[in-house]
Design a protein around this ligand. Structure first.
Ligand code: GLY
Ligand code: MN
Ligand code: MN
Length: 428
């Protein structure tokens, strides 16, 4: 692990939070992610399971967490199963957790080798009346591969057809959307690393550099600070500003163009999510600056609008109303278009066609029920944009915020965003 050790209180707290939501006599099981194949005998870098990490701090493959708060014997109330280290694994893959290390990371006393799982699980299932199993219930997920959790559900149903099956995902979503102070510390580290990367690009970008060279500057800064790209970086110059999921990053940045960078670091699995749009030559032209300031005003108003008790959809509607006014002022839409707009598809969507923001945390598009109002501790991105392919450029700005009882806190308040400040740093 590149990150420094994490206080296991973060995970013991989370286990306590989820146990409080579980039904009596229920057992819960959470599986690690698979190591995914590429071609031939290649594999992708292991992506830790966010839920397993949230509840245990364990990032290692082939691990299982079992929670059974009503187990007759105290030692069976929390059990962590990990792969048994061996000489063979040591030679080919290196370090695997010892029981003692897994205890330290998770705060779970009862750590067993994975080979013990079937017998222990069978015996505890005979004590339990229901079982919570995890599944990916993210609304827009498009999962074509079978996860360990899904395989586990099939095995379980075959062996224990008469138990009651329960969904763990809604409980996890409810908890994960509200960040504890210990989680916020890690998120802030991700934001700090991201800030350093962005400042580096302000010194680096000039006409003639390529998008991938900018990506390399960011990678250098993130990795040397124990971070890594939170998501595939978008480094888009000129008309590529308008491609919302631009990933090629292979073009030359030219004088007069804008460079849109939707790039951020994660730290200890917690993700930042930043977008800045800067002038390649260090100076915005008049038109670019006008649009830029309109986006910035919508961002600032939307940050202020993210208050406790508000629904995501109402927050979005407010920002769309504001964006309509800005676009009217810019001459990009007409009053009549606003008048006759479909409320579900407001006029601004021609230029601002994506969401205003999303929950952020262990996943970049983090879990959380959009029908539940913002609670203190909710972390959101705020990311308005105006894209004008006809004029060959687009602008998006994105900050990360925490909703609190005393109003929103902008975690990215120190990352340069004023057009003048960006210009002045670039021209230093
Ligand atoms: N970087 C992904 C997003 O902004 O949602
Ligand atoms: Mn982003
Ligand atoms: Mn985002």
């Amino acid at each position: 692990m590149r990150h420094l050790p994490i206080k296991n209180k973060l995970f013991t707290q989370n286990r306590k939070r989820i146990i409080d939501l579980m039904e009596p006599k229920a057992l819960a099981a959470v599986n690690a992610n698979d190591v995914l194949p590429t071609n031939a005998d290649g594999t992708l870098t292991m992506q830790p399971n966010a839920d397993l990490f949230f509840l245990s701090g364990i990032e290692q493959e082939e691990s299982i967490l079992m929670l059974f708060p009503d187990a007759a014997e105290a030692k069976n109330r929390e059990i962590l199963f990990v792969r048994q280290p061996s000489k063979h694994l040591q030679i080919w893959e290196g370090y695997k957790h010892s029981k003692e290390d897994a205890r330290k990371i998770s705060g779970i006393k009862n750590v067993q080798w994975l080979s013990e799982f079937p017998a222990i699980f069978r015996s505890l299932m005979c004590e339990a009346e229901s079982i919570y199993i995890n599944s990916n219930e993210y609304k827009r997920a498009n999962v074509e591969v079978q996860t360990r959790d899904v395989r586990f559900i099939h095995q379980c149903r075959e062996n224990f057809p008469l138990h009651t099956y329960r969904r763990l995902a809604p409980l996890l979503h409810q908890l994960r959307v509200v960040k504890t102070d210990l989680e916020l510390e890690l998120l802030k580290e991700a934001v700090d690393i991201t800030a350093k990367g962005f400042r580096r690009t302000l010194r680096f970008v000039k006409p003639g550099v390529t998008e991938y060279e900018v990506e390399a500057e960011l990678a250098r800064e993130f990795i040397k600070r124990r971070g890594k790209f939170a998501y595939t970086p978008i480094v888009a110059a000129g008309k590529n500003n308008c491609v919302l999921h631009y990933l090629q990053n292979d073009q030359v940045c030219k004088k007069g163009q804008l460079l849109l960078m939707d790039v951020a670091s994660s730290y200890a699995n917690y993700n930042a999510d930043l977008t800045r749009t800067i002038p390649v030559s260090g100076k915005f032209n008049r038109r670019q600056k006008k649009i830029y300031n309109a986006v910035l005003r919508v961002l600032r108003a939307s940050v202020e609008g993210a208050t406790v008790g508000k629904l995501h959809r109402d927050w979005t509607k407010e920002s769309q109303t504001h964006m309509n006014e800005e676009l009217l002022e810019l001459g990009l839409i007409k009053k009549s278009q606003i008048k006759k707009q479909d409320p579900d598809n407001p006029a601004c969507r021609k230029y601002f066609m994506h969401g205003l923001g999303h929950p952020l945390g262990l996943d970049v598009h983090d879990v959380g029920d959009a029908n539940v109002p913002f609670a203190p501790g909710t972390v959101l991105t705020v990311e308005p944009g105006i894209y004008i392919p006809d004029e060959g450029f687009g602008i998006r700005l994105e900050d990360d915020i925490v909703v609190t009882e005393d109003g929103p806190i902008n975690l990215m308040a120190k990352i340069p965003i004023e057009a003048d400040e960006i210009e002045s740093i670039m021209n230093r």
